[in-house]
Design a protein around this ligand. Structure first.
Ligand SMILES: [Zn+2]
Length: 194
């Protein structure tokens, strides 16, 4: 805040909100362009300066949405505006933000490679160094919690998709691309005769 009065503060807050919503919208388009968020899959969030979280609404298509598809939740996942419905996986985002103050953005997608590899592989984890595969989706925030210590950059939920984070959206997306690349490579390797 620059201390020039309430109008300026309100403007600054609105600018920050618009910037966060724009980042989420363009991240959604980028993920959709790669085929990582089919139908209404996936969710994307950014931490705001006041600690609240801008996150995609439930049931939005990440490639076709505009800024109106982004809403605000409290750090504990409750909608700031009562009655609004955030993504069903909002608590997984909140959990990450609560755990590490350095996290500024979280992205989650459902790629073919993540889904097929995690369903097919009986091992508890794919060996890309520490991306944990988890068995269930019910009560996921609780299931994920004990594993977060060993997941520094992201995790993969069996049959579901990946969660990746970073200090900002640019870094989170770069990490997502890196991880999806590894997963796509592994899927291609499996198709080759041994
Ligand atoms: Zn999901």
């Amino acid at each position: 805040m620059d201390g020039t009065g309430p109008a300026a503060s309100a403007g600054t807050l609105a600018d920050a909100w618009n910037a966060a919503a724009d980042e989420i919208v363009s991240a959604g388009r980028r993920m959709d362009g790669r085929g990582w968020v089919p139908a209404t899959a996936g969710n994307i969030s950014v931490r705001l300066a006041d600690g609240r979280i801008a996150i995609t609404r439930s049931g939005t298509h990440k490639g076709l949405m505009g800024p109106e598809a982004v809403m605000q939740v409290e750090p504990d996942g409750r909608a700031t505006v009562p009655g609004e419905r955030p993504s069903a996986e909002t608590l997984l985002h909140c959990q990450l933000y609560a755990r590490d103050p350095a996290i500024g953005a979280v992205v989650h997608g459902h790629s073919v490679a993540a889904t097929v590899l995690s369903m097919q592989d009986p091992a508890p984890a794919l060996e890309f160094s520490g991306y944990e595969l988890l068995k269930a989706f019910q009560g996921l925030a609780t299931i994920v919690e004990p594993h977060l210590e060993e997941c520094r950059l992201g995790y993969l939920i069996r049959g579901h998709g990946v969660y990746v984070w970073g200090p900002d959206m640019f870094t989170a997306l770069a990490r997502l691309e890196g991880l999806e690349f590894l997963l796509a490579c592994r899927l291609e390797e499996r198709k080759l005769p041994r």
